[in-house]
Design a protein around this ligand. Structure first.
Ligand code: ADP
Length: 174
């Protein structure tokens, strides 16, 4: 079975063990994929996020936490904070990589076998899409090589530009 899958569409519709949310440090929801996930999950997600923030203050960039999934079809939501692109000299690449790797680490700890990622940081946070996809793909491939417990990782591209970028890299012969 192909361990890395690419789909174009809305991450809130997926029936996987976990979907990843490109959240912000407050975990209070927002626009983009974060807003879509909170709307589709319903108020329990916000409540769980509030409890986490009570304990930890805020979620640092590159870190990840896990909650239930409310009304979503998946079992868990893993919330991670990607970096805001500030030109490339502020550790953005490392922090984006951390966001993917720390999400995968939590998934592994929870016994999650299938996990779907949105294109973290490539919306409002302005990370260049081509560079972001290189980081995402290499972080996931490297993790999967060492951690076969995770059986499937799905890259979910919402916008056409990201989808074309990932398609070229994941399925170069099509
Ligand atoms: P960030 O603040 O991390 O940039 P955004 O939500 O603005 O987060 O954008 C991240 C990516 O999520 C973008 O590539 C955007 O096209 C995508 N996106 C927006 N809505 C959805 C959705 N419902 N499912 C999957 N991806 C989405």
């Amino acid at each position: 079975m192909e361990m890395i899958k690419l789909i174009k569409g809305d991450i809130t519709k997926l029936e996987v063990d976990a979907i990843v949310n490109a959240a912000n440090s407050s975990l209070m929801g927002g626009g983009g994929v974060d807003g879509a996930i909170h709307r589709a999950a319903g108020p329990s997600l916000h409540e769980e996020c509030k409890e986490i923030i009570k304990k930890i203050g805020k979620l640092p960039t590159g870190e990840a936490v896990i909650t239930g999934a409310g009304n979503l079809k998946c079992r868990y939501v893993i919330h991670t904070v990607g970096p805001i692109w500030q030109g490339g000299n502020f550790d953005e690449e490392k922090l984006l990589r951390n966001a993917y790797v720390n999400s995968l680490k939590i998934a592994k700890e929870k016994g999650i076998r299938s996990i779907a990622f949105p294109n973290i940081s490539t919306g409002v946070y302005g990370f260049p899409k081509d560079l972001a996809s290189d980081i995402a793909i290499s972080a996931v491939r490297e993790f999967l090589e060492k951690n076969p417990e995770i059986q499937q990782v799905i890259f979910v591209c919402f916008d056409e530009e990201n989808y074309e970028i990932y398609k070229k890299k994941l399925h170069p012969n099509e």
